[in-house]
Design a protein. Structure first.
Length: 281
């Protein structure tokens, strides 16, 4: 089954409701790590998979680590992919492992030739092991590296060219990064290679005060703001009506709220020509 239209992130508070009521949601995305251990959670996910396309969104593969991918983690991901046959598989342009320590954060990379070589090697390794094309997501950023000469969308474009991976454009992350570091989010969208984009993410963010300066935090804890909706419309015009996901991970509301956000996205997607969908293989 393909992921077509606007789906929502499936979180634990909604799992029983989804299984009992089979709501009108085109597809669901889950965090892969929550289901790698097997047991009741994985069995429940298999039941969801009978009725809905699934997307697996990884948060712990650590593609940017300098020390090499974790073989056991990649093998657990492979087994889950084989078990639920997802329509899409994605990961973050980030790192989270150092030695034997898992840092539980999506840490940023400097956008250099050396970092590009490392990430390209790891993406190719992961794709070979999974037998699948990965979609790589742009992160939200809060600090700028002193030595990071390559613009983020150009780094992603080159990663896709070298490895054949796809890109997951998180529109909220684009907005957050440009607000925090300076930059034009519309120009960021315009610089990304349209043919590589296989999925879009939408989410809400928080605005924090840091010594009198507003800092945006990608907390996935509120509705999508107007500025991000406008940027989403630009992304649709650039990339086409690709599958879109609404994420909500903190202060998780009733499922109906997520469905309403997805309906807003679907209206914009259809206005952009959503009768023709593009899904990653």
């Amino acid at each position: 089954m393909q992921a077509i239209g606007c789906g929502v992130g499936l979180r634990a508070p909604h799992l029983a409701e989804v299984l009992e009521t089979r709501p009108a949601v085109p597809w669901f995305e889950v965090h892969a790590e929550n289901y790698m251990g097997g047991g009741p959670a994985a069995r429940a996910l298999e039941r969801v998979r009978r009725d809905y396309p699934l997307s697996l969104h990884g948060v712990g593969l650590s593609l940017g680590t300098a020390e090499g991918l974790s073989g056991p983690h990649l093998e657990r991901l492979r087994r889950l992919v084989e078990r639920v046959a997802p329509a899409l598989v994605s990961e973050h342009l980030a790192w989270s492992i150092s030695g034997d320590a898992y840092l539980n954060h999506l840490l940023p990379l400097p956008y250099t030739d050396a970092a590009l070589a490392v990430v390209s090697r790891h993406v190719a390794q992961a794709q070979d092991r999974l037998g699948r094309r990965l979609l790589i997501e742009n992160p939200s950023s809060y600090l700028r590296f002193r030595d990071s000469p390559m613009p983020e969308p150009i780094f992603l474009n080159e990663l896709a060219r070298r490895t054949g991976c796809g890109l997951l454009c998180d529109v909220n992350n684009v907005f957050v990064t440009c607000a925090n570091l300076g930059g034009d989010p519309a120009a960021w969208i315009d610089a990304l290679e349209p043919a590589a984009v296989g999925e879009i993410h939408l989410a809400g963010h928080a605005v924090n005060d840091a010594d009198g300066r507003a800092v945006l935090i990608d907390d996935h804890g509120s509705p999508v703001c107007d500025a991000v909706w406008h940027l989403y419309e630009r992304a649709l015009a650039r990339f086409g009506a690709v599958p879109t996901l609404v994420e909500w991970d903190t202060d998780v509301p009733p499922l109906a709220v997520l469905q309403a956000e997805a309906a807003k996205a679907e209206g914009r997607r259809r206005a952009a020509g959503g009768a023709v969908d593009v899904a990653a293989a």
